[in-house]
Design a protein around this ligand. Structure first.
Ligand SMILES: [Zn+2]
Ligand SMILES: [Zn+2]
Length: 355
């Protein structure tokens, strides 16, 4: 098959690669669309240690069932699917409690920390265990279905956070996850949702997607702007979707005494925080990792038009042009949010008779 392989820092090569052979409990998926995640862009620079070459990245994808291992039933060839980014074991105590994002043996598709290497979906085919697959509703395009993964990440964060019905919520960061978290907070009953960013074009998109107010944290004190929008300089629920020192600090500042701050962003490995502010305001700070069972709800919301991912897709490009796409995202070209890559249709089916 053809695959987009990350071969060295800042380098991607579109090359011939051995076809994945599905294990007896796996399904071979013919990839139709795969989105580039912010973590992929950070990863290919070689600075995060989570994309060790050679690795095929890609954990936000959709496609059709091409073949199944001999133990797999119920997934006919041609079924339109997406799949979880977490390959969980389905057997450990965490998996049995439904906390599959914390599975003791979990691997993430297209990620290679020192402990494992699991190739992802930036290729014509990818093999995944059958229990991580989800059927696509009719009418949902492959491009949109590739964004179910980040949508599930956002919905998970909103689900584990105690959002009061009708309560005001702040989302820091209007990247893909922030824009999805804003929508997820509304789906979970939030009232006014205020989105904070430093890029006007992103704030405009936030407004188009339903933000009740937007704040550019570089023009004036964000607490004043928040007070204008909600009547208070801080709110009970804040989502942080950037993951650097400055924005986590801002998130702490904008969380009201006794409030809840949920951290989704994860860029800087360690940051310094104002301990006194956290303790004296008695803040509850929680991390939110990937998703744990939110795919079905996400797919239902998408099918019903209550969750919008389409406006986040800025470009659809051939998988062969992956290097160009990654470089454009790394440079932060204006107007660019999500790029979805599509392998050439019609790849020859791999020989899987022996599985
Ligand atoms: Zn991602
Ligand atoms: Zn497990």
């Amino acid at each position: 098959m053809k695959a987009l392989v990350h071969t060295a820092p800042l380098k991607l090569e579109y090359v011939d690669w051995p076809d994945p052979i599905p294990a007896p409990d796996e399904v071979l998926v013919r990839v139709a669309a795969v989105a580039i995640c912010g973590s992929d862009v950070h990863g290919y620079t070689g600075t995060t240690g989570r994309r060790i070459p050679p690795i095929i990245m890609g954990h936000e994808a959709s496609g059709v069932v091409e073949a199944v291992g001999r133990q797999v039933t119920g997934w006919p060839r041609g079924t339109r699917v997406t799949f979880d980014s977490t390959v969980y074991c389905n057997e450990c105590p965490e998996c049995r409690r439904g906390r599959i994002n914390l599975c003791e043996k979990r691997q993430i598709l297209g990620v290679s920390p020192p402990a494992f290497r699991r190739h992802g979906a930036m290729a014509e085919f990818v093999a995944v265990p059958h229990w991580i697959l989800h059927r696509l509703p009719d009418g949902l395009s492959f491009e949109e279905a590739a964004l179910v993964e980040p949508a599930a990440v956002a919905l998970h964060a909103a689900r584990i956070t105690p959002i009061e019905p009708g309560g005001a919520v702040v989302v820091i960061g209007a990247g893909a996850i922030g824009l999805l978290a804003m929508q997820a907070a509304k789906l979970r009953g939030a009232g006014k949702v205020v989105v904070v960013d430093v890029r006007e074009e992103r704030l405009l998109l936030a407004t188009q997607l339903g933000a009740d107010a937007v704040v550019n944290s570089q023009s004036g004190d964000p607490r004043d702007a928040l007070e204008t929008a909600t009547g208070r300089p801080s709110v009970n629920v804040v989502f942080e979707a950037v993951g650097i020192q400055q924005t986590v600090q801002l998130a702490t500042d904008l969380t009201a005494p006794g409030g809840n701050l949920t951290l989704i962003g994860n860029v800087q490995p360690s940051i310094e925080q104002n301990l006194q502010a956290i303790v004296s305001k008695e803040l509850t700070i929680r991390g939110s990792a990937a998703s744990a069972g939110e795919y079905p709800a996400c797919l239902a919301f998408l099918a019903a038009g209550r969750f919008q991912v389409g406006p986040l897709i800025s470009r659809v490009m051939p998988l062969a042009d992956g290097q160009t796409a990654f470089d454009a995202l790394r440079r932060g070209e204006p107007g660019l949010l999500k790029i979805v890559l599509r392998p050439e249709p019609g790849a020859t089916s791999p020989e899987v008779a022996n599985v």
